[in-house]
Design a protein around this ligand. Structure first.
Ligand code: IPE
Ligand code: IPE
Ligand code: MG
Length: 244
């Protein structure tokens, strides 16, 4: 007779985890460093989380890197953030591709500097048929704008007769969002202790579990991600039904 293992079967990870990476500035300030130092350490944390996502067999990982409102920051800081995005794409693409990561961008990334647009298009194209983790980076992203644009495209389709008014429903509305083809996030994490969504995935996160953590983004590591996933597993997702 074979022995019965006492090991609990690990719960499957959430298929789609989305993260609002917040707190770089406070991390730097606490150390008397310039904000850019916090953003640099933030990229290190991002690298670690992408690795952890692969290890944990998460299917989709979305990272909020730059919002449509972040243009309000001083030009110098915006330049620093764009510079880091450029560097990340230049340095990491090969390794991500080797690991089978599929890269996608959401947000109006085509409005960024021409060389960044090229790097993004290249990253998406190079990795398009990879079957590992799908890494979705939100840059120049804002839900309000995304939803307005979807509405405009649908209105235009109705106006020119290619779509009927009565055919508009949740599913085909969602197909006009930047996240077309990506399942809704199961878990949305925000670091730094702030408890708001800051215009992130407002439609898509309608039934996501929200986990707010006090850790500042540069300090976020594999354990932090595991902690958030453990918290997710404690939740009962009811989608409006009675509790079981
Ligand atoms: C997150 O850190 C990075 C971006 C929003 C680009 P912050 O820069 O917002 O850090 P805090 O919130 O000022 O600490
Ligand atoms: C949200 O963080 C945007 C990103 C993490 C990219 P912010 O720091 O910009 O959000 P607010 O200003 O605190 O709402
Ligand atoms: Mg912030």
């Amino acid at each position: 007779m074979s022995e019965v293992s006492a090991e609990p079967v690990p719960l499957p990870p959430p298929a789609h985890v989305a993260i609002i990476m917040d707190g770089n500035g406070r991390w730097a300030k606490a150390r008397g460093l310039p904000r850019v130092a916090g953003h640099q350490r933030g990229v290190d944390a991002l690298r670690g989380v992408v690795e952890a996502g692969q290890e944990m067999r998460i299917d989709y990982l979305t990272l909020y890197a730059f919002s449509s409102e972040n243009w309000k920051r001083p030009p110098r800081e915006v330049d620093d953030l764009m510079g880091l995005l450029r560097l990340y794409l230049r340095r990491e693409l090969r390794e991500l591709h080797r690991n089978g990561v599929r890269i996608r961008f959401i947000g109006e990334w085509w409005k960024l500097a021409a060389d960044i647009v090229k790097l993004i298009a290249d990253a998406e194209e190079t990795t398009a048929s990879n079957t590992g983790l799908t890494l979705i980076i939100a840059v120049n992203y804002g839900s309000h704008r995304e939803i307005v644009q979807a509405s405009k495209r649908i209105a235009a389709a109705v106006a020119d007769g290619t779509m009927k008014l009565e055919d508009i429903d949740e599913a085909n509305f969602a197909r006009h969002l930047h996240t077309d083809g990506i399942p809704d996030p199961d878990l949305v994490i925000r670091t730094s202790g702030e408890q708001r969504l800051s215009n992130f995935l407002l439609w898509q996160a309608g039934y996501a579990e929200l986990v707010f953590m006090d850790v500042l983004w540069p300090d976020f590591n594999k354990q932090s991600l595991q902690q958030a996933v453990d918290e997710f597993h404690q939740r009962e997702r009811r989608y409006g039904a009675s509790s079981g």
